[in-house]
Design a protein around this ligand. Sequence first.
Ligand code: NDP
Ligand SMILES: O=C(O)C1=N[C@H](C(=O)O)C[C@H](O)C1
Length: 269
Amino acid sequence: MPIRLAVAGVTGRMGQALVRAARAAGDLEVAAGVARHQVGEDAGLAAGVGPIGVRVAARLAPELERTRPDVLVELSTAEAAPEHVEAALTRGIPAVVGTTAIPEDVLARLEAMARERRLGLVVAPNFALGAVLMMRFAAEAARYLPDVEIIELHHAGKLDAPSGTALETARRIQAGRDAARAEAAAAGGAEVPAAPARGAWVEGVPIHSVRLPGLVAHQEVIFGTEGQTLRIRHDATGREAFMPGLLLAIRRVRELDGPVRGLEPILFA
Ligand SMILES: NC(=O)C1=CN([C@@H]2O[C@H](COP(=O)(O)OP(=O)(O)OC[C@H]3O[C@@H](n4cnc5c(N)ncnc54)[C@H](OP(=O)(O)O)[C@@H]3O)[C@@H](O)[C@H]2O)C=CC1
Ligand SMILES: O=C(O)C1=N[C@H](C(=O)O)C[C@H](O)C1
């Protein structure tokens, strides 16, 4: 029996990549899809990707009732995502959330819901294996090289800045730094002058965001100390980069009995 998916944001860049990956996988079936503007039977054609194979609806809850999917995959916007995830969890449907920029207090509430109901909920800002490793290596390097800045570069259509990956990398770096350094950095450190062009100051790490046509998803973490720099860089040159990790999360989420943050607990379990 295939795993039947409801995909929020099915006509988007990630949604379309998932539709293609699910078709190729064989064990996954898109049973329901929601979008905001491109709705209707031919929404896939309108998006230029060929028929999605399901009616694209404007509201998720009725589609969940109608199609009874096994898993919700949330790939829409930070504004729409909480309602979608809540609709799934209240119906006993586990969820995989790739959408970024959902406020931390909202995520905590959704995770509490999943915990109470003993339902799987995977929230991961980046499903690319290389990006997961980049974050891991950056946290490790920060133990020895506490002075660090992040440059993240994305396509011009990205709504949020900094990216979810950059925010998570900054959190991981801050956790990896030694305690005294972490305290200084969290207090707003004297190392970085409060000038707008020095980027956003997140967890004691300056983040610089670039948005340009021609880019997909890239991030460089630059460490510096006397006489040397270390650069850890990840480039996603196409959205197929995210598919193996996303498909893994989809296949595993039903086995979980609560929330998981990031792909690492699943990848390295
Ligand atoms: N975790 C990861 O590895 C990755 C995460 N992302 C994140 O995934 C999210 C989607 O990215 P991307 O595909 O590029 O975005 P797109 O803008 O290409 O797609 C967004 C999709 O969401 C739909 N949508 C927008 N508003 C609503 C709404 N209110 N209700 C239902 N559907 C809605 C859009 O429909 P319509 O077109 O009709 O408006 C569209 O289908 C972003 O948060 C991004 O940061 C992206 C890449 C990797
Ligand atoms: O919007 C994107 O494209 C991406 N979003 C995620 C993020 O915000 O980190 C993951 C990846 O960078 C692509």
